[in-house]
Design a protein around this ligand. Structure first.
Ligand SMILES: NC(=O)c1ccc[n+]([C@@H]2O[C@H](COP(=O)([O-])OP(=O)(O)OC[C@H]3O[C@@H](n4cnc5c(N)ncnc54)[C@H](OP(=O)(O)O)[C@@H]3O)[C@@H](O)[C@H]2O)c1
Length: 323
């Protein structure tokens, strides 16, 4: 079963699992879009993570799952409390319901985020490694870390945690906005410092995680990237080349972006819209080092990505154009 199956990454989990011959259940909400869940082999299960009693009933009716990928998560909201409800409390409710129902799977994968660990040391190209104390700075990252800590506190519960860096690919909507700006001829940077970034193409991510299900690895958290070091300029250059566009380059001061983030958050939330640029996002886009070490996934799962940023963006942009 894959929760959050209606979302960007979730829909790719479903496709990859089906292609491997798994009997796949998409865990969704009543309101979830099924646009990318059209394959007739998919079973659907509506889950209400907030209502524990109902959740237990819904799970019981579906029967025991061999593997669960808990991918449902909230990445943007006007109300930071919602991050804790969805990313942390819903995970607790889900695990408790599985335990109460005697439905603990062979493997329970929790999709966390590099943000639960926090960025690397500013001004360096040293990638974060899974050692020392995580230091998330965003509410989103803190809520994911809280869920991770809960999983680590459990006895006899076979979990794996994956902390992907920025995931891109077809159907994704945030990097899409950056690509659209470049298509309009706008190449935007924040401040004058180089920004080091890591990425993972969605198909490499889902393959890695589906592979991990049938291994004996357990009870560990893994950082996930394609292992390369990129700069924001690399991203823009690859997109410009693919689109064959000339751009005007802007370097906006951090203080201006911060002000825009605060105003945009206030206005969007007042209008009942979820802001794309907010204070959490400001923090993310102004960090100079989002590199992460992927040696653990290489060692434990023999992970070698098929896509680097150029190959992945090529595929992604082709998809955006076709759609
Ligand atoms: N994209 C990235 O760069 C990235 C990086 C690191 C980690 N992640 C993690 O990867 C997971 C998937 O992210 P995504 O990028 O695919 O985001 P997405 O497209 O927004 O998908 C999120 C999914 O979670 C579901 N969901 C949200 N709130 C829920 C709730 N209260 N109850 C049940 N389901 C809920 C959504 O269901 P509806 O369709 O019904 O809204 C959707 O299926 C998340 O856990 C995210 O934190 C993403």
């Amino acid at each position: 079963m894959i929760t959050g199956a209606s979302g960007f990454i979730g829909s790719f989990f479903v496709e990859e699992a089906l292609s491997r011959g798994y009997n796949v259940t998409a865990g969704i909400r009543k309101t979830s879009s099924r646009k990318y869940l059209q394959d007739e082999r998919i079973n659907f299960l509506e889950l209400d993570f907030q209502d524990k009693k109902l959740l237990k009933n819904q799970l019981q009716k579906a029967g025991k799952f061999d593997y669960i990928i808990h991918n449902a998560g909230l990445t943007k909201t006007c109300n930071p409390k919602e991050f804790y409800q969805v990313n942390y409390q819903n995970t607790v409710n889900f695990v408790e319901a599985l335990k109460d129902n005697n439905q603990v799977p062979e493997k329970f994968v929790f999709i966390s985020s590099l943000e639960a660990y926090g960025p690397g040391k500013a001004g360096t190209k040293i990638p974060v490694k899974d050692e020392g104390r995580p230091q998330p700075a965003t509410q989103y990252g803190k809520s994911k870390l809280k869920a991770e800590e809960y999983l680590f506190s459990l006895q006899n519960f076979p979990f794996l945690i994956f902390r992907p860096t920025g995931v891109y690919g077809p159907r994704e909507k945030d990097y899409y906005l950056m690509i659209k700006n470049l298509d309009k001829g706008l190449e935007i940077y924040i401040g004058n410092q180089p920004q080091y970034l890591s990425f993972i193409y969605v198909k490499d991510l889902v393959k890695l995680i589906i592979n991990s299900l049938s291994t004996n690895k357990c009870c560990k958290a893994y950082l996930v990237s394609d292992g390369n070091t990129y700069t924001s300029e690399d991203f823009n250059r690859i997109v410009k080349e693919k689109l064959n566009k000339k751009t005007i380059r802007f370097s906006l001061p951090k203080a201006l972006i911060r002000l825009m983030a605060i105003l945009n958050e206030k206005i969007s939330c007042l209008l009942g819209q979820i802001p794309l640029l907010n204070r959490d996002k400001y923090y993310i886009i102004t960090q100079s080092n989002w590199l992460c070490d992927n040696s653990d996934i290489q060692n434990d799962f023999n992970f070698f990505p098929e896509y680097d940023l150029k190959k992945g963006l090529d595929k992604t942009i082709e998809w955006y154009k076709n759609q």
